[in-house]
Ligand binder design. Structure first.
Ligand SMILES: C[S@@+](CC[C@H](N)C(=O)[O-])C[C@H]1O[C@@H](n2cnc3c(N)ncnc32)[C@H](O)[C@@H]1O
Length: 238
């Protein structure tokens, strides 16, 4: 992707995420932050025998998924490393962590995912919920997937929700627009790539759901169609 287009997308995303985070509080009924992602909650039983838990949340936002994990496992040493490109997200993450009494368990960092080095063999779970498609290029995206694989301990779980095959149309004119996503792979390519990178992992959940929704963009309302790919798998290196 050329540099100008990347800057344009990043600026527009920053604006829309700032509006989203300023307009709703964490777990506010009726808002998109109302509850954690069910796929994440469904993974809790996998960790009940753990004596310690280390989790990485890439593109964490304000803690919608990390804070419930910190609360659920508060009786064991649990650390959530939370990374987001937006300073406002990390500020609110810390505010929310204080409110939920888990601030000692949360380590927030303002960084682009592509610039954040993932420690090898460091985590019991690495999640990226609607975030990896905002990495700056397809090459960095692929590299990050391999880093995630290597970053997991034995029995560690990768939990990804990704948009693919995104199309955007101007609501009024019907004109096809360039989608506001840095990485927009055809769904089949994404699925093949995930299976290549996580070969040998036990697949726990894999679904692809088509979604359509209207979204405000700078130039007006846009109709967006996407394949939402959910991929959860566990490392089995023994
Ligand atoms: C749709 S939100 C999802 C937030 C969170 N995962 C959740 O489920 O509530 C995407 C988040 O990714 C962040 N983000 C976008 N591009 C990023 C990048 N390149 N590096 C780090 N974070 C990024 C945004 O600031 C935003 O907070």
């Amino acid at each position: 992707m050329e540099n100008m287009r990347l800057l344009e997308i990043r600026e527009a995303e920053k604006k829309s995420h700032m509006e989203m985070y300023s307009g709703a509080e964490l777990f506010e009924p009726g808002s998109w932050l109302q509850k954690p992602v069910k796929t994440v909650l469904d993974l809790f039983p996998l960790f009940t025998e753990h004596k310690e838990l280390r989790v990485l949340d890439l593109g964490c936002g304000v803690g919608r998924n990390s804070i419930p994990i910190a609360k659920e496992f508060r009786t064991i040493p649990v650390t959530l490393e939370c990374v987001d490109i937006l300073e406002l997200a990390i500020d609110k993450l810390y505010m929310n962590a204080r409110q939920h009494d888990v601030e000692d368990n949360i380590q927030g960092t303002v960084s682009a995912i592509e610039d954040y080095p993932i420690v090898t063999d460091g985590y019991d779970m690495i999640m990226a919920i609607s975030a990896l498609e905002h990495i700056d290029s397809k090459e960095s995206f692929e590299n990050k997937l391999f880093e995630i694989r290597n970053g997991l301990r034995n029995k560690g779980v990768v939990c990804l929700i990704l948009n693919s095959n995104v199309e955007e149309y101007d609501k009024e004119s019907g004109e096809k627009l360039s989608p506001q996503f840095e990485v927009n792979l055809p769904t089949e390519c994404l699925e093949l790539l995930l299976h290549k990178v996580f070969a040998g992992f036990e697949v726990i959940k894999e679904t692809t759901r088509q979604q359509q929704y209207d979204i405000p963009r700078e130039q007006g309302m846009v109709s967006l169609t996407t394949d939402v790919v959910t991929f959860v798998a566990r490392k089995n290196s023994e």
